[in-house]
Design a protein around this ligand. Structure first.
Ligand code: 13P
Length: 281
């Protein structure tokens, strides 16, 4: 059942688990994530990033999700991940997305705040929830989200409080030391900063850069208020690795078999994360 992301995250916040947000950009990723959620009876977020407009347009994503979800009983949201272009935000809303992330984190604070507030006004009038980001993550290895020149700027708890008050966003993505992609060295995740943000901000908090983050860190983040965790890189790395292995053993495989194998491997890796996030029913 396709729902607004706000309702998924409020329940997660109350019951102290995190909803996984997995990037989708093809039939196989949509099918794999939805089938896994249904099998585990866990709520889930399908996250389509602006960069994947090269793969699919908004209308195609929406209709593929609608038909793939015909027999899905668990609640899920169709979310626009990391979007910098306001026009794309409005296109996604028109196409039926139930949630959008406006990413103005690279802009000066006041501009990010003003644009986010504008997005919230339009989105809320259409029953769509909004996530925004304060602070900035660096890009690790194999990341599709950012570039090596991205700087790490931790979220300022006081600024977070003001930002949420003035924009009325439904969820806030925070920067506490995770990276997009795989970590180059030892991860240094600042649970202390997360605790300070949680003490000031009441909306659900979001952790980007889930891939490669140690399990005990993920658990500590959930305990301290993270309700949504984004995972992209590791789903792709795991699936490609398993496909290579499969092809090594079955070099005459038909493309249709590879499509089914892809779904199987995506389900496996997504299931591992859902289990860790504690959202399974
Ligand atoms: P990873 O690629 O590190 O899992 O991050 C995904 C993400 O944050 C998508 O918004």
């Amino acid at each position: 059942m396709l729902v607004n992301m706000g309702s998924l995250l409020s329940l997660a916040q109350e019951r102290k688990y995190a909803v996984g947000a997995f990037n989708v950009y093809s039939y196989e990723t949509i099918r794999g994530v939805l089938d896994c959620a249904e099998q585990m009876q866990a709520p889930v977020i399908l996250a389509f990033g602006e960069r994947y407009l090269k793969n699919l347009d908004f209308e195609t994503v929406y209709s593929m999700v609608q038909s793939a979800a015909r027999n899905v009983t668990v609640p899920f949201a169709l979310h626009l991940d990391h979007c910098r272009d306001l026009k794309n935000i409005y296109r996604a809303i028109r196409s039926g997305f139930t949630s959008v992330m406006y990413d103005g984190s690279m802009l000066p604070y006041e501009e990010n705040k003003a644009n986010t507030a504008q997005v919230v006004e339009v989105a809320h009038a259409n029953g769509v929830s909004v996530e925004a980001e304060l602070g900035s993550l660096t890009a690790g290895e194999y990341s599709q989200e950012g570039t090596a020149s991205d700087q790490e700027i931790y979220t300022d708890p006081e600024q977070a409080w003001e930002f949420v008050r003035d924009t009325k966003v439904d969820a806030l993505a925070v920067s506490i030391g995770t990276v997009h992609g795989l970590y180059k060295g030892e991860p240094n995740i600042r649970i202390d900063i997360l605790q300070k943000i949680r003490a000031r901000v009441s909306v659900p908090l979001v952790l980007h850069g889930g891939s490669g983050t140690p399990e005990e860190v993920i658990k500590a983040c959930i305990q301290n208020g993270i309700c949504k965790i984004n995972v992209n890189t590791e789903v792709s790395l795991f699936t490609v690795q398993r496909l290579k292995q499969f092809l090594g053993e079955n070099d005459q495989s038909h493309l249709s078999t590879l499509s089914l194998k892809q779904i199987e491997f995506i389900k496996e890796v997504v299931g591992k994360y859902m289990h860790l996030f504690g959202a399974a029913g």
